[in-house]
Design a protein around this ligand. Structure first.
Ligand SMILES: [Zn+2]
Length: 283
């Protein structure tokens, strides 16, 4: 499931072929994904120029010349494919349309951007650009983990007295938006905090240290995504899924990556999701 760094990688990969370009035509091949598409979506997109491609949390926001913004959510399995355009040194041929190609953007520069989503947990919506933060998917989101509003004082205040496990608190999108299961596992290992520890029982000093760790873990993953775009080994033009090296996520039974630690990574289930951690390093 794409998390913030993967979504940012997709955004960065799409920007050179979509920003400043007109949508010559949009094919909308079904009435809905997770939710119904907005009314007349194809008509509202056709002829609009994408002035800017932004990201908020795990949503890609394409500002249009029509004063509307197209919100794109990749969901569980959504993929963006670029074809008919040179990205870096690689030319992507137009593929034969596939079964799960639900929306296709034909750009004025001849690039074709295909949203393919086998499980259809993805979403698209159109919202007024001027009031984008009022949208129901956005209005309750906490600050961006890489933004200025997310700092030590903020996180200490938010976690104070909280009886929920720290893992659950960091996944709460109202506290900080865009963090998902994978990167929270990695953050807690780096911070040496057990995922089941009650958030309100962690000292302010240790909570404060989480902020730079969260920024580092996400920034490193975004950098890895960026270099995957430059290498561009994915011949089908698919964006955002690159090789990761995780210290704990999905590493159950492997020896902990901390120097001199010989313990195996454990897994517990919290709120229906797997938490991976080192019982030695994380207390
Ligand atoms: Zn360890």
């Amino acid at each position: 499931m794409p998390e913030l760094p993967e979504v940012e990688t997709v955004r960065a990969g799409l920007a050179p072929v979509m920003e400043g370009q007109v949508i010559a035509r949009a094919d909308v091949n079904r009435p809905d994904l997770r939710w119904p598409f907005p009314e007349n979506m194809a008509d509202r997109l056709t002829g609009a120029t994408i002035t800017r491609l932004r990201r908020r949390s795990k949503y890609i926001l394409a500002d249009l010349s029509t004063e509307e913004t197209l919100l794109i959510h990749l969901g569980m399995s959504g993929r963006m494919l670029i074809s008919g355009h040179t990205v870096g040194d690689f030319h992507h041929p137009h593929p034969v349309p596939a079964k799960h190609d639900h929306v296709v953007f034909h750009m004025g520069n001849d690039a074709r951007i295909t949203f393919n989503d086998a499980r259809r947990f993805g979403a698209m919506d159109l919202l007024p650009t001027a009031s984008d933060s009022d949208h129901w998917l956005i209005r309750d989101l906490g600050p961006e983990p890489l933004g200025n509003a997310f700092d030590e004082d903020y996180l200490v205040a938010k976690l104070k007295g909280k009886n929920t496990p720290i893992k659950t608190a960091l996944l709460d999108q109202r506290i900080v938006s865009g963090l998902g299961n994978i990167y929270v596992c990695e953050v807690l290992h780096r911070a040496g905090i057990h995922p089941a520890r009650k958030a309100g029982r962690i000292s302010a000093a240790r909570v404060a240290k989480l902020v730079p760790i969260i920024r580092d873990v996400l920034s490193e993953a975004i950098a890895a995504g960026g270099s995957s775009l430059r290498d561009y080994k994915q011949t089908d033009g698919e964006l955002g899924y690159f090789q990761h090296t995780f210290r704990v996520y999905d590493q159950e039974g492997k020896i902990c990556a901390t120097p001199d630690c010989t313990r195996q990574i454990s897994r517990i289930v919290q709120g229906g999701r797997s938490s991976f951690f080192c019982p030695q390093c994380q207390r």
